[in-house]
Design a protein around this ligand. Sequence first.
Ligand code: GDP
Length: 138
Amino acid sequence: MLERTLAIIKPDAFRKNHLGAILARYEHEGFRICAGKIKFLSLREAEGFYHVHRERPFFASLTQFMISGPVMTLVLEKKNAITDHRTLMGATDPAKAEPNSLRKLYGASIEENAIHGSDSPETARFEIAYFFPASEIF
Ligand code: GDP
């Protein structure tokens, strides 16, 4: 069954001009890009998006990082999109990420790790709706 997931190309990867390489990789791996926009998140948006992490010690640092520059938010579609995108991203810490995964290739640290991806169908539903009205998903 076709599934959708939310991806964010985070400010570090955006700053380093990796947008094109990452989008090409998504297409190469069989994801259909069905929505996308470049955005500068407000602190409120970043805090709302990462609300599940609000008690974590890195919450303030993470949200400041996410508003340190523009991001690209995307909706990706394919069979098993959520799991396949998590595999393509690699482990949270780029140092531990699998060879050729996006975080291994483009991430710098456990915080500045280039990409976000939804981790479950419930999260994907919340995260897609957080950034995209249905009229902007094609
Ligand atoms: P993910 O699902 O792999 O993105 O990882 P999590 O949901 O656990 O964390 C969300 C985001 O918070 C990560 O992608 C990182 O940007 C950041 N993060 C996670 N763990 C740490 C940490 O230990 N320290 C810092 N500074 N940031 C972290």
